[in-house]
Write a protein that binds this ligand. Sequence first.
Ligand SMILES: [Zn+2]
Length: 249
Amino acid sequence: MSNRLPRTVRINELPVAVEVVPSMRRKKTVSMEVYHSKIILRVPASLPSEAIFDLVEKRRQWILDKWQEVTEQPQPVASNTHAAPQDILLYGQELSIVHVTEHATTRFALKHRDNRVTIVRPSKTFNDQFLSETTRGLVVSWLRTTARRDFTERLDKWASVMSVSYRDFRLKDQKTRWGSCSSLGNINLNWRLIQAPEWVIDYVVIHELAHLRELNHSPSFWSIVGRYCPNYLEAKNWLKIHGAKLLLW
Ligand SMILES: [Zn+2]
């Protein structure tokens, strides 16, 4: 039920998409949000599209100023808005999010198929912040469940290949580390890692399991890692480049 009409305005010679989101609520005013790559206009559902684009023309200078202000700031990785990201990463693949209203349902649900995640919602009116937070909650809990299952299997597989045994595994929610291993043999892994390609997850698992032999980062530690994960430098590099993207959810 997407009735957004993407159009473009040129700002400093750069095409910037304008997304018009008709409000289902009895909204009487127009609001504008300016981002790096697009402008979102929330409008009363009854407003004709010509009037909307007249408005954009009229407020051109304001948009230009605002856009300049926005583009001078870093990309909104650590944005403090409640907006959920537009895509989900799973094993390094981008999945798109589709929102579907179902009249027969009274509950929100998440369905995953191929490279699409569908958020099913009841046909009631919800405000944008509530929808955004609910989407975030559903996606995060689904990613965490997937991560818990995957990491448990992966740890068991690699522990047996490497002939080591760990004591306990905990799924962690951290913004600063991907994994850790304690001197007691407990392994912690960050659920956000489920968004990385499998060969990168394997690297982190092998790294933590190698700490069961060497609780340091000495050359002999890296030689254990390299034995089971010959491309570990590439994996470290992948995390350095793409790591911030995994922190969006
Ligand atoms: Zn380490």
